[in-house]
Design a binder for this molecule. Structure first.
Ligand code: NBP
Length: 476
């Protein structure tokens, strides 16, 4: 008997993916550098399906039915290159290597090109949903060639999460497209988490609610248009009491957020592509600021406004205002992420369909949310919007939310409670709305000190003014 698919790298993710394949009736070859993990998997979960364990790479490859489908789930970076090199030497033209780790899309493009020369399909695949998603159904974002998707798609769609019967897996586009979209997914996840954190902070510090009360507010939101995994788990975290101290759990956690780097990659890539992902950037910077205990200690004594909270009536209205601000800012975060996906797609010729991306993010992944249906609809419509914000549903939602959104940003500034995500999202919205931007002045300044030229509103061509001379204007 030979295996339909093989998984090498049996830490939490690989092990659960292998079990997921087996539970769906696929015979799975399993392998890990340290073979104790391979045996442990078979001993513990062998009853869930058919596993074919291999101690060596050579044995592993012979267990796979050709064309071979091999999933690598090892640490991203050098370990992934080492494992690819080891297996590529053992594979034949037509075989497929799926890298399900969190690779940078540029690495995926490099690896895909190198393996293509040898006739091997390299399928960089974003997998979201963490440990539990890997076992019960993740959101899967495969890149690579269309031929490889024809052979792999059905198996991957089998194990993916399903929403309304639709698998959360689709061929994103060639070479690095899958890992690129996974990267932006994580960037949006950073923004979403930051916005939720700001909502919690404002409800606590401006409206005076305790964590258990904020949990109730979030629970209420989760039965409305904000319904999502992140809102749901936020309510659970805020309702949790620390067993040791009896205090709200969130109050005993140190206020320093760490990051593994995919949010940073999103922003770095956005800078290279010239895409304004200000909401995602603020989220990355907010985590960064939280970790700088030294400058935070120095900053603690800086003057702020007179301390205070909202009065009774304003406090009562505030939770509703924050819901509106959160929804509006979240729409902006997605609009920015989708802009980045479209820019990447143009740059690398991937032909990514943002509607399909929204569709496969509806289940399995960390940012799964009810409102992704609305994004899919916006991009399914015959007139594809230039920005998500200009699609009818979202334009109306923002119109309805904007007064409350402005009140929340103003309140945060007045009370001295940082809300960089809400504020950046609102500034982006107002930036897009503005018929004239002060960019005119910036371009004039650039012409003044660097002769960088400018364009006029009333005539074609580029111009330069002799700023240090008689201030005459020349066409250039
Ligand atoms: P880790 O990222 O912790 O990697 C551990 C695995 O890599 C083990 O199987 C280990 O083998 C293997 N490995 C290493 Br390290 N160096 C190796 C080498 N030179 N040659 C062969 N094998 C090597 O595992 P994970 O948390 O399961 O994540 C796997 C991938 O999935 C990562 O790229 C991660 O970024 C991505 N991912 C993780 C999550 C998540 O929630 N954890 C979610 C989505 C994606 P050993 O047992 O012999 O040491």
């Amino acid at each position: 008997e030979r295996a339909h698919i093989g998984v090498t790298g049996l830490a939490v993710m690989g092990r659960n993916l292998a079990r997921n394949f087996a539970r769906h009736g696929h015979t799975v070859a399993v392998h890990n550098r340290t073979s104790a993990k391979t045996r442990a998997l078979v001993d513990e979960f062998g009853h869930e399906g058919t596993f074919l364990p291999a101690d060596t790479a050579e044995e592993f490859v012979t267990l796979l039915e050709p064309p071979r489908r091999l999933v690598i789930m090892v640490k991203a970076g050098a370990p992934t290159d080492a494992v690819i090199d080891e297996f590529a030497a053992l594979l034949e033209p037509g075989d497929m290597i799926v890298d399900g780790g969190n690779a940078h899309f540029a690495d995926t493009r490099r690896r895909e090109a190198a393996l293509r020369e040898r006739g091997i399909h390299f399928v960089g695949t974003g997998i979201s949903g963490g440990e539990e998603g890997a076992l019960l159904g993740p959101s899967i974002m495969p890149g690579g060639s269309p031929e490889s998707y024809a052979a792999l798609g059905p198996i991957l769609e089998d194990i993916a999460a399903k929403v309304d019967g639709v698998p959360c897996c689709t061929h994103i586009g060639p070479d690095g497209a899958g890992h690129f979209v996974k990267m932006v997914h994580n960037g949006i996840e950073y923004a979403d988490m930051q916005l939720i954190a700001e909502a919690y902070d404002l409800l606590g510090r401006a409206a005076g609610l305790r964590p258990a009360e904020i949990a109730e507010v979030f629970k209420g939101w989760n039965s409305g248009r904000l319904e999502s995994y992140l809102i749901e788990i936020t309510a659970e975290v805020l309702a949790h009491t620390d067993a040791d101290t009896g205090r709200p759990f969130v109050d005993v956690v140190q206020d320093r957020a760490e990051q593994k780097g995919t949010g940073r990659w999103t922003v770095q890539t956005a800078l290279d592509l010239g895409v304004p992902v200000s909401g995602i950037a603020e989220a990355v910077f907010a985590r960064s600021l939280s970790g700088h205990t030294d400058i935070r200690a120095a900053g603690r004594g800086l003057p702020g406004p007179t301390p205070g909270t909202l009065d009774g009536e304003a406090a009562a209205r505030f939770a509703d205002d924050v819901e509106q601000a959160l929804y509006a800012s979240k729409i902006v975060a997605y609009a920015q992420g989708i802009h980045q996906i479209e820019a990447g797609s143009t740059e690398y010729d991937w032909a990514i369909d943002p509607g399909k991306v929204a569709e496969i993010w509806r289940g399995g992944c960390i940012i799964r949310a009810r409102f992704l249906n609305r994004i899919r609809e916006a991009y399914d419509s015959p007139r594809r919007p230039d920005s998500l914000l200009s699609a009818e549903y979202f334009r109306d939602a923002l119109a309805g939310a904007q007064d409350a959104w402005r009140r929340v940003v103003a309140t945060s500034a007045e009370l001295g409670i940082p809300a960089p995500g809400f504020a950046a999202a609102l500034a982006y919205y107002d930036g897009l709305r503005s018929p004239r931007l002060p960019a005119a002045l910036i371009q004039a300044q650039r012409d003044f000190f660097g002769a960088h030229t400018y364009r006029r509103v009333d005539r074609d061509g580029s111009f330069h003014t002799e700023w240090s001379g008689d201030r005459t204007e020349h066409a250039v």
